[in-house]
Write a protein that binds this ligand. Structure first.
Ligand code: NAD
Ligand code: LMR
Length: 329
């Protein structure tokens, strides 16, 4: 019996993500938590004739405890999204506290759940989550993931459009680093199938993948950021976790993890400027991250330059998240 929880379930991502989870054959119980509206979303979804039993919770009456207790996987898209002109880091002041409080709930009520953090800025919210779990003595780095799947989805879509392939899903392109602007490093040289691009096309494609979020923020004109593509991406990641839990072998997703706690992570860390957190392809198994796959030695000279830029931005974002919980030195 698999219990999945969405925290932030009434929001732009939360609602379509909850719908996709309600349709999934891997989910038996779906608990929706939010500070507003979750009972209504739950009532609506509960009429769909699939097996998952849906319940909705608000903070009152120990709702967080009831939602999280017994959870196998908790997905967190709670928090404010960007408006035009904002960076993801501008969301820190509000979202940091939201993540700290929700992860405290994880530590208290569902310490062995898989935790998938969508809320931005992911480069900082994942370190916040790790530090809160460490404080409570329940941190399992193999079960904490920053969701960077939307960068993968974009790299598949935009690459297919540049090379004129009708089906983007044929592409497998690693995107490493973090989840904001130039901390997002698409590794086009490792694309399968291979792509041949002029330097101009390559640079434009990389820029579009790195700043794809801005495209949506601008198009929505102040009404938020990516929600539907993110729900798809978040669901893809949750389903990969649930397939791995069900024993399916060979599942790999790119995700932002705490490198020292994941097998193979130290090899990545030693190349990635000693950073503790980094997104790389991660093999998943029944107990979570089985292996961080170190593809950094295979990248091109050009991509090494992109990585150097990413390391600097990431170091600052990670430190900001850690300091928020442990206190600035
Ligand atoms: P939204 O405002 O539409 O929804 C957020 C929801 O969170 C709201 O329903 C709100 O009530 C709820 N919420 C706020 N505080 C809460 C709390 N303490 N506990 C539970 N729920 C709470 O925003 P959205 O468009 O769904 O985006 C959510 C977050 O996801 C943003 O931070 C956004 O930047 C981020 N995001 C990340 C990615 C990614 O690739 N990782 C992609 C898109 C958006
Ligand atoms: C995205 O990549 O679409 C999200 O991180 C939302 C944003 O703020 O761009």
């Amino acid at each position: 019996m698999v219990k999945a929880v969405v925290a932030g379930a009434s929001g732009g991502i939360g609602q379509p993500l909850s719908l996709l989870l309600k349709l999934s054959p891997y989910v038996d119980e779906l608990a929706l938590y939010d500070v507003v509206g979750s009972p209504g979303v739950a009532a609506d979804l509960s009429h769909i004739s699939t097996k998952a039993k849906v319940t909705g919770y608000l903070p009152a009456d120990d709702g967080l405890k009831a939602a999280f207790a017994g959870a196998d996987v908790i997905v967190i898209p709670a928090g404010i999204p960007r408006k035009p002109g904002m960076t993801r880091d501008d969301l820190f002041n509000i979202n940091a506290g939201i993540i700290r409080d929700l992860i405290t709930g994880v530590a208290l009520y569902a310490p062995s759940a898989f935790v998938l953090v969508i809320s931005n800025p992911v480069n900082s919210t994942v370190p916040i989550a790790a530090e809160v779990l460490k404080k409570h003595g329940v941190f399992d780095p193999k079960k904490l993931f920053g969701v960077t799947t939307l960068d993968i989805v974009r790299s598949e879509t935009f690459t297919a459009s540049v090379v004129g392939k009708p089906d983007p899903s044929v592409f497998k392109i690693p995107v490493v680093g973090g989840h904001s602007g130039d901390t997002i490093v698409p590794l086009l040289s490792l694309s399968e199938p291979k792509v041949e691009l002029s330097a101009t096309d390559r640079d434009e494609l990389i820029h579009r993948i790195q700043f794809g979020g801005d495209e949506v923020v601008q198009a929505k004109e102040g009404k938020g950021s990516a929600t539907l593509s993110m729900a798809h991406a978040g669901f893809r990641f949750v389903e990969s976790i649930l397939k791995a839990v069900a024993g399916e072998p060979g599942i790999v997703e790119n995700t932002f993890v705490y490198l020292p706690g994941v097998p193979g992570g130290d090899a990545v860390k030693s190349i990635a400027a000693g950073l503790d957190y980094f997104s790389v392809p991660v093999e998943l198994g029944p107990s979570g991250a089985v292996k961080a796959i170190n593809i950094l030695p295979q990248v091109s000279e050009y991509e090494i330059g992109l990585l150097e830029v990413a390391y600097t931005g990431l170091a600052a974002n990670i430190k900001k998240g850690v300091d928020f919980v442990v206190g600035a030195p």
